[in-house]
Write a protein that binds this ligand. Structure first.
Ligand code: PMP
Length: 418
């Protein structure tokens, strides 16, 4: 094929993506640490001062003065990078302290840091599911791409390789039927999330753990969109529901509720030491920079101790929902902090998002296929403690105006079809 042939393939694929209205363009935004969720728009026409409604820094911890100062101090003391992998000069006392803090957060014996939440899922799942022959992984159909990558990496079709059985989303009956049909003596894992970030729904962790016990499976729970936000100390939905002790592995990120960067898994000492000793994605990469670890440590400590941050978040979520209801703007009634606005058309959601930005200085990213199925395109709003009433009023007014209008593309199609 050669370079030219491959580049032609790339261009054809990109043209397809563009034709489907799901070509991704970045909007360069400079985060305004003091006025967050305000950002400065670096390029393009329209307002320069932007209010962001799609950040995953759910509690605004990434701009918390104590968190930022902890990062600055560590940057001065330890330098910009870790200097090596965890085994080769890349472990600082800060790494050890953060792992101890995360283990305590989840009531587990130990925790292990990874360079991102994505890598923690991919590396842990692939490592566990290749650790002995015959693993069967029962995976929720809406699991995140990073979990799927780890499971697929293990379920590679070779003799003795793991098998992946997908169960219908949050469907306990389907999960149980599939567990019951599997050989009793095979090693089994149930892999699932607590808060599903695109639909904003929440798994029944206790019930899944009971099924796991009945059928002899271990449980792997992604709490990426829940850590810091749920439970009396921010230990996630498993803490809120009093079932953290029933879950074998809890995976989380430092990049969302904690506002920093990095991923981790918390579990028994044996499981964590096993991952530390065998997971390629842990061993063979430079560890998180000390400044990031120090900031994350300050953030986790603050979020654990300060329940008022969670209360404030959920007060803001309720305030936004009340305004959307009053204005008649449709939103999916989720039991979580995530407020999806269903649009159901790739072009239309892109247009609404663009006009929010260009005409109103509001940033709400469109969520398209493959992140959600075709026909379920949406805006995903994540209100937080720093969103004021005035910002909410402006958002809801803009949304009511734009949602009421059909896009030019749709109008044209409707005219032709009529
Ligand atoms: N799990 C889920 C459910 C996620 O949504 C994401 C990222 N959006 C990740 C894992 C990866 O986490 P990180 O951004 O820290 O890599």
């Amino acid at each position: 094929m050669g370079t030219t042939g491959f580049e032609q393939h790339c261009r054809r694929t990109l043209a397809d993506i563009q034709a489907q209205g799901r070509y991704r363009r970045f909007t360069a935004l400079a985060r305004d640490g003091v006025r967050y969720p305000h950002y400065d728009r670096a390029s393009g026409s329209g307002p320069r001062d932007i209010v962001v409604w799609s950040s995953n820094d759910y509690l605004g911890m990434g701009v918390d003065p104590d968190v930022v100062e902890a990062g600055i101090a560590a940057l001065r003391d330890h330098g910009a990078g870790a200097g090596g992998t965890r085994n080769i000069a890349g472990t600082s006392p800060l790494h050890d302290a953060l792992e101890a803090e995360l283990a305590a957060l989840h009531g587990k014996e130990a925790a292990l840091l990874f360079v991102s939440g994505y890598v923690s899922n991919q590396a842990s799942l692939q490592t566990i599911l290749t650790s002995m022959p015959g693993w069967i992984c029962f995976s929720d159909e809406k699991n995140h791409a990073s979990m799927i990558a780890g499971i697929k990496g293990a379920a590679n079709g070779r003799p003795g390789a793991a098998r992946c059985v997908i169960f219908a989303h949050n469907d306990l009956a389907d999960l149980e039927a599939k567990l019951a049909a599997a050989p009793a003596d095979a090693p089994k894992m149930i892999a699932f999330e607590s808060v599903y970030s695109m639909d904003g729904d929440i798994a029944d962790i206790g019930a899944i753990c009971r099924l796991a016990k009945r059928y002899g499976a271990i449980t792997y729970l992604d709490e990426v969109h829940a850590v810091g936000l749920y439970g009396a100390t921010g230990g996630g939905v498993s803490e809120r529901d009093g079932v953290a002790g029933e879950v074998d592995l809890i995976e989380g990120t430092l990049a969302k509720g904690f506002g920093c960067h990095g991923g981790y898994v918390a579990a028994s000492a044996a499981i964590i030491d096993f991952l530390r000793s065998t997971a390629s994605g842990f061993i063979f990469t430079t560890s998180l920079p000390p400044a990031v670890v120090a900031a994350a440590l300050a953030s986790v400590r603050a979020v654990r101790a300060q329940n008022h941050r969670r209360e404030h978040l959920f007060e803001r979520v309720a305030a936004l929902r009340a305004r959307l209801d009053a204005a008649g703007v449709p939103h999916l009634p989720t039991p979580s902090h995530i407020v999806p606005i269903p649009v159901g058309d790739a072009e239309r959601v892109a247009e609404i998002s663009r006009r929010l930005l260009d005409e109103f200085g509001i940033y709400a990213t469109p969520i398209n296929y493959p992140t959600v199925p075709r026909g379920q395109e949406r805006l995903r709003l994540t209100p937080g403690p720093r969103h004021s009433d005035a910002m909410m009023d402006a958002l809801v007014a803009a949304l009511s105006e734009l949602m009421a209008e059909a896009s030019p593309a749709r109008r044209q199609r409707d005219d032709v079809e009529a």
